[in-house]
Ligand binder design. Structure first.
Ligand SMILES: Nc1nc(=O)c2c([nH]1)NC[C@@H]1CN(c3ccc(C(=O)N[C@@H](CCC(=O)O)C(=O)O)cc3)CN21
Ligand SMILES: CC(C)C(=O)C(=O)O
Ligand SMILES: [Mg+2]
Length: 274
């Protein structure tokens, strides 16, 4: 009998194994089937981030993003991926009111998209919610530090960890959600030495994923459009690995010129009679 090569999607628990093995975890965001198909080959997990509100819809923050928007784009990303774990952000207002609200909405996400995990923003205050979801079959990724859904209480998208006591508070946040059962924690916008201390804390079982944090994290994530050079304004932590904006502009200008000159469509792009 011929051996069937088993190719299965990475699962939430696999990220904890990755941490133990010391193999870096690669992640990017994706919001569409076509970009998801490209990143699927290289990423361990793909995040359908609520940053889609700002990146795709031009919103000023992630606050107006709805659960319906997240589910629609997660369905697209699931269709475009086959090997990466797909993680879906719980949008603002969909999980904070109670553990029950969080479970009902997270269950909707898993049922309607087939994604493997959800992510929610917050530290120790959300440990009970993380435990409630995990105990009921929902793998949870946490998110601490610069939590964009708290933009109005943070006073902007502010890097965290400068103040006295911040390291202890952030470490307590990471430990609390790890102990509550989170399989992974995004650490965003945290000053390097503080982020490093948390990422290397042996008491934290969850895999740490950095964005504007430290290379000491177990993995890294960026917003795809930012690292491709498509976004017009990007935070300091973004490195440009491409220049899509210039490429797209060049193509659009060439198209406009050819249509204007009557050179497009050429014979090869029209239908001759039979
Ligand atoms: N395109 C995009 N990329 C992201 O990384 C991202 C989003 N959108 N939307 C949701 C959040 C918002 N994020 C942001 C937005 C702005 C800064 C920013 O301007 N930070 C300042 C630092 C300010 C300080 O020093 O406190 C910077 O200069 O980088 C950081 C993260 C990260 N997330
Ligand atoms: C930047 C990542 C971590 C995120 O939460 C998002 O894209 O919404
Ligand atoms: Mg997000």
């Amino acid at each position: 009998m011929s051996q069937v090569v088993q190719t299965r999607r990475l699962q939430a628990v696999d990220l904890i194994k990755r941490k133990a093995e010391g193999r870096k975890i690669i992640a990017l965001t994706a919001y569409h089937a076509h970009t998801a198909r490209i990143v699927d080959a290289y990423c361990d997990f793909v995040l359908v981030g609520d940053s889609l509100g700002m990146v795709m819809h031009g919103m000023e923050s992630t606050l107006p993003v709805t659960l319906e928007m997240m589910i629609l784009q997660a369905q697209a990303v699931m269709r475009g991926t086959s090997r990466a774990l797909v993680v879906v952000d719980m949008p603002f207002g969909s999980y904070e009111a109670s553990r029950e609200q969080a479970f009902l909405n997270a269950a909707r996400v898993l049922k309607e998209t087939g994604a493997g995990a959800v992510k929610l923003e917050g530290g120790a205050r959300f440990a009970e919610t993380v435990a409630f979801l995990t105990e009921r079959g929902v793998p949870v990724m946490g998110h601490i530090g610069l939590t964009p859904q708290s933009v109005n209480t943070m006073g902007g998208f502010k890097v965290q960890g400068h103040g006295a006591g911040d390291e202890d508070r952030l470490r307590a946040d990471a430990r609390a959600i790890s102990d509550a059962g989170a399989f992974s924690i995004v650490m965003e916008g945290i000053v390097e030495p503080v982020a490093r201390a948390i990422a290397t804390d042996p008491a934290i079982r969850a895999a740490t994923i950095g964005i504007g944090a430290t290379a000491a994290c177990d993995g890294q994530i960026l917003v795809l459009e930012d690292m491709l050079g498509l976004s017009d304004r990007v935070p300091r932590f973004v490195k440009s690995f491409g220049s899509l904006r210039a490429h797209i502009e060049e193509a659009v200008r060439a198209y406009a010129d050819e249509v204007q000159a009557g050179r497009f469509p050429a014979d090869g792009h029209t239908y001759p009679p039979r």
